[in-house]
Write a protein that binds this ligand. Structure first.
Ligand code: GLA
Length: 658
């Protein structure tokens, strides 16, 4: 099976989406000159080129793309070639309106933007397959081709009649009989019983709350329907070029795609990262998304898009202050990325993204953005050979799962403030701030490599996952679980006792009597710390109460329970308390931070033999580092400590005594 290594060939891929159809061909020559100046070795072509390649049904205009592919080859720049199937041309919707998605209300999603296709439409799939076939036949043997990029950020949802037919087929495969579906969806409630498959529709606008098991299955189906589109195109390109890796770029921690499942079908797992430059925890967020993508990839991963400066889709779009682009780029490398790429090479002057930054901004080659891009390019060129074949080790895994997220995001919950990604972020942050390297895993993965497994909040756990967690602790692992975990089974059926019986036994809890969610601005006092969001009325059995509630209705009752190596945290402790708790448990479990005694805001990551020190803080700092090192970026000797400026990075290699 091809891998990212087949594309990188000992280098870190550096470059970005290149959309040259926006520019006259003279500009292409200037682009290539500047790309070389910046050390760009990879461009992603064709992402949005469907209308240019196929201006009318069945027509092909490849001449411009031929010239571009050759231009790249002549200049030693590799091409990640996209199938342009994410943005069908206007002729598709105009001639085949059934290819256009319908929203929950049955309203058509029109052309005039992008991504307007129904993933279940055979007409859309037919055109996409034909175009992919021709692209692969034409460029499969081109020497500039390094990787295939299928579609782009698969994210469309559709509720149309074709989708309904497809959904029924998917449901038959999952449930087998209509009786089994009725049982799984609990349709005995509210007179929802289905007599025939044809009565089933996607969860469209309804009078009141929808059936949660139906919505959960529809989320699963939608991810799978998009995956079918990906696999169909992947199979075509793989038939032409079995040795060229294939990817499709994920949006990070995006609810629409089960990335665990998708990653199994990709040669290269890639992602687009756009943390907010104003977010005080943006560095941690970037680290977390890197950890997550590396875990999905089970090795090196590709950062296929980031912004050199501002994006243009937030309410207010701030540029990256000096040094931040470099800091986050090198941070992604530290977390295992072997490709650092951007959306997009040259900033647009027209269209919806003209205020979205590019590597080459409106300020041009003398602009601050481009100068910083050049610096990053030259540093990555240095790092490629040093990092080849290296990885990042973590002794701690955070469990994360899409099924649980989907089930958790439904109507009819006890609290609308429970925001799953935010909770995962809080727990990762607690570990990150202690410099404890972290991986992610799915609850049914083999966890035996980890000393500590943490579950921020997994409302839904199926039997396989529960047995896996119980086995993990029985075999010597340490488990810490956050609130409202193990409550529902795979069909969102609540388990008796407020939590699965096997988990209650594991945590030493007899019963979860009631859940007591907190209001948005409410806190609850516990022994020595305060907590937010949630609390639970627990009755322990064999568990020892580590902390009790000290205010409110639950005063005196257990908040944190420990039963040997299994811990249950029934609330969300404030950040410092969660950090202290996890640091203590990690220490007991034998998981070590990368470095002790780091100043606040400084992150240390080890990749292979190299130690990355990254200053996310607003001020320069002195970082103590035991021993003698060489800073490969600063080209300086480091003896006992190193100075890092604001957003500064040092890359240390231990010096062996002469
Ligand atoms: C996504 C898309 C790109 C671009 C960027 C803007 O990542 O894939 O085409 O729109 O967002 O941030």
């Amino acid at each position: 099976m091809p891998s990212l290594h087949d594309s990188t060939r000992g280098r870190i891929l550096f470059g970005g989406d290149y959309n040259p159809e926006q520019w006259p061909e003279e500009t292409w020559l200037e682009d290539v000159r500047l790309m070389k100046e910046a050390g760009v070795n990879s461009v992603t072509l064709g992402v949005f080129s469907w209308a240019r390649i196929e201006p009318r049904p069945g027509a092909r205009d490849f001449g411009w793309l031929d010239r571009l592919m050759d231009l790249m080859r002549l200049n030693g720049i590799g091409v990640v070639l996209a199938t342009p199937t994410c943005s069908p041309p206007p002729w598709m919707g105009s001639r085949h309106p059934e290819t256009l998605p319908r929203d929950e209300d049955g309203r058509t999603v029109w052309w005039g933007s992008r991504q307007q296709f129904c993933p279940s439409s055979p007409v859309y799939r037919g055109y996409a397959a034909a175009l992919t076939e021709d692209l692969a036949a034409r460029y499969g043997g081109h020497p500039a081709l390094r990787m295939w990029h299928i579609n782009n950020e698969y994210c469309t949802h559709c509720w149309c009649d074709e989708t309904a037919r497809h959904f029924r087929t998917w449901l038959r495969a999952r449930h087998g009989t209509i009786d089994a579906l009725n049982e799984a969806w609990g349709t005995a409630f509210w007179s929802q019983r289905y007599d025939t498959w044809d009565e089933i529709i996607p969860p469209r606008r309804a009078q009141y709350m929808k059936n949660p098991a139906q919505v959960l299955d529809f989320r699963r189906f939608t991810s799978d329907a998009l995956l079918e589109c990906y696999v169909a195109e992947r199979d075509i390109v793989a038939r032409h070029t079995p040795r060229t890796p294939v990817t499709s770029n994920f949006m990070p921690l995006w609810s629409g795609q089960d990335a665990w499942k998708w990653a199994e079908h990709e040669d290269v797992v890639s992602v687009d990262l756009y943390p907010d430059p104003r977010d005080p925890h943006g560095g941690q967020y970037n680290a977390m998304l890197g950890d997550m993508t590396r875990s999905q990839a089970r090795g090196p991963w590709a950062l296929l898009e980031q912004a050199a400066g501002a994006v243009n889709w937030r309410g207010v779009n701030h540029p990256k202050p000096r040094g931040l682009n470099r800091l986050w780029s090198l941070q992604s490398v530290a977390h295992g990325a072997d490709a650092i790429c951007y959306f997009q090479w040259r900033q647009s002057r027209q269209g919806a993204e003209k205020f979205h930054s590019g590597m080459l901004s409106h300020a041009g080659e003398q602009g601050r953005t481009f100068q910083e891009v050049k610096r990053i390019g030259s540093e990555l060129a240095l790092l490629g050979p040093l990092l080849e074949g290296t990885g990042v080790r973590s002794e701690i895994a955070i469990l994360h799962d899409w099924d649980s997220w989907w089930a958790d995001q439904q109507d009819g919950r006890l609290s609308a403030h429970v925001d799953y990604p935010e909770i995962v972020r809080s727990w990762h942050r607690a570990l990150w701030e202690s410099n404890l390297p972290t991986a992610f895993a799915r609850p049914d993965h083999d966890l035996s490599a980890y000393r500590l497994v943490v579950v921020p909040h997994l409302y839904l756990l199926d039997d396989i996952a529960i047995d896996n967690l119980v086995r993990y602790v029985r075999d010597g692992g340490t488990l810490v679980s956050g609130f409202l975990t193990g409550v529902a089974d795979q069909d969102d059926r609540v388990r008796a006792g407020g939590m699965d019986a096997r988990l209650r036994e594991l945590f030493g809890i007899r019963t979860v009597h009631e859940w007591w969610p907190l209001d948005a601005d409410e806190t609850v006092e516990c022994d020595g710390f305060s907590a937010t969001l949630w609390s639970e009325e627990l009755e322990v059995s064999t568990g020892e109460t580590v902390a009790s509630y000290g205010s409110g209705e639950l005063t005196g009752l257990p908040a944190i329970v420990r039963n040997g190596r299994a811990w249950y945290v029934s609330t969300l402790p404030e950040p410092a308390a969660l950090r202290a708790l996890l640091a203590r448990v990690a220490g007991d479990a034998g998981a070590r931070p990368v470095l002790d005694g780091l100043p606040q805001g400084v992150e240390a990551v080890r990749r292979g033999e190299l130690l990355f020190l990254l200053n996310h803080g607003a001020k320069s700092v002195t970082v103590p580092v035991p021993g003698r090192h060489q800073d490969l970026l600063g080209k300086r000797c480091v003896d006992g400590s190193v100075e890092l400026e604001r957003h500064g990075v040092a890359l240390l290699r231990a010096r062996t005594p002469a």
